[in-house]
Ligand binder design. Structure first.
Ligand code: FNR
Length: 376
């Protein structure tokens, strides 16, 4: 199995003849079952924010800057103290086995080969231990992995997840705070039913069996900011809160001593008619004022989008669906190709905007499109 993957990866011939992320999306739609595609693609209610997440990027323009010595553009970045090849990382998404039989294992291998972060979901198809070892055994070098945590009604089960993630070497906990309740996804819910908890890999082991049977396990809607204090009391891992969409919540998160703030609207799958993430990023960056790293995801579909987010203060940018489309189209090699494509576009955009390093990207290279129109 491993050999086959090596072959797949090393032969560029196995790369699809695609030059844009949208081509991966179109192919994913054609190869996935109706329900798997519905699960991946759907946004909340009328999907206004789903569209806006992408459109808001196109309302920001990049300022072209010339003669700035860009023979060597360096994409290398650091997150939570760990070096990675580029600031483009992979967001958590559940049930990746729906996209490809190797699911999260292929995703983990692709992220390791690309030397970037994979964030493994609580509701993955494979256990967090198997995902960690897939990454550890596939390349000479290892890249940091993060574990995304949902706080469950069974706190002991939640604590066990944290301890298990620590034990196998995840480098940070990403606490998703924008769910529950689960958003209304009209399109997806018609075609897709979420599997029962005890069929999810992280909950089927002997250790969690009794807990998952003794109580009805579900996402904990009673979760509140003081639960971050509880989480801090049970782990030494850095805690990153994912789902921050306001300066107020960013300030509260800082007060609780988190190590990172992740601006996200859950890929527009939760609350519709809310702002696009790139619109909210500046107010969060302003509130945080350099005290912790700020990340963003939502609607990133090309390297230019990444550059805009970096210029507006993101330390790293995460992609959800684009990585899933790569996985659906061509497993591990498909994810590698998606990441390569985005990285190439980022490198070129940085060169043309006169930015040779991700550590020095001025905010001034991002200009609202309306500014130019008002000059006419
Ligand atoms: C997600 N997302 C998500 N987030 C999370 O914290 N835990 C999870 O298990 C999931 N699951 C999930 C499944 C699917 C199919 C999607 C599309 C998304 C949200 C994800 O981490 C991220 O915030 C968005 O996907 C980013 O938006 P884009 O890149 O998909 O536009």
């Amino acid at each position: 199995m491993e050999k086959q993957t090596e072959h797949e990866h090393s032969g560029r011939r196995s790369y699809l003849p695609f030059v844009r992320i949208e081509q991966f999306e179109a192919k994913a739609k054609s190869v996935l079952s109706r329900s798997a595609y519905a699960f991946q693609s759907t946004g909340a209610t009328a999907e206004i924010t789903l569209r806006e997440n992408c459109l808001s990027f196109s309302r920001l323009l990049l300022k072209w800057r010339c003669l700035r010595g860009v023979a060597n553009v360096d994409l290398s970045a650091t997150v939570q103290g760990d070096g990675i090849a580029s600031p483009i990382c992979v967001a958590p998404s559940g049930l990746q086995g729906l996209a490809h039989p190797d699911g999260e294992l292929a995703m983990a291998r692709a992220c390791t080969r690309s030397n970037t972060i994979m964030t493994a979901s609580t509701v993955a198809t494979f256990s967090l231990e198997d995902i960690a070892s897939a990454a550890a055994t596939c390349a000479a070098r290892s890249s940091p992995q993060w574990f995304q945590l949902y706080c469950l009604t069974d706190r002991e089960l939640t604590r066990q997840l944290v301890l298990r993630a620590e034990k196998v070497g995840y480098r940070a906990l990403v606490m998703t705070i924008d769910l529950p309740p689960i958003g209304i996804r009209y399109v997806g819910e018609r075609a897709f039913t979420f599997p029962p908890w005890n069929e999810l890999a992280n909950f089927s082991g002997a250790a969690s069996q009794s807990a998952s049977q003794s109580r009805r396990v579900t996402f904990d809607a009673s979760m509140a900011w003081h639960d971050i204090d509880w989480l801090k009391s049970i782990t030494k891992l850095p805690i990153i809160v994912k789902g921050v969409m306001s300066a107020e919540d960013a300030t509260e998160a800082l007060r609780r001593g988190v190590s990172g703030i992740w601006v996200s609207n859950h890929g527009a799958r939760q609350l519709d008619s809310t702002a696009a993430t790139i619109e909210v990023l500046p107010e969060v960056v302003h509130a945080v004022n350099g005290r912790v790293e700020v990340y963003v995801d939502g609607g990133v579909r090309n390297g230019g989008d990444v550059l805009k987010a970096l210029a507006l203060g993101a330390r790293a940018v995460f992609v959800g669906r684009p990585a899933l489309w790569g996985l659906a189209c061509n497993g591990e090699a498909g994810v590698c190709q998606v990441l390569e494509l985005l990285n190439k576009e980022l490198e070129l955009s940085m060169a043309l905007c006169g930015c040779p390093s991700v550590h020095d990207i001025p905010e001034s290279i991002v200009v609202p499109a309306a500014k130019y129109r008002s000059n006419l």
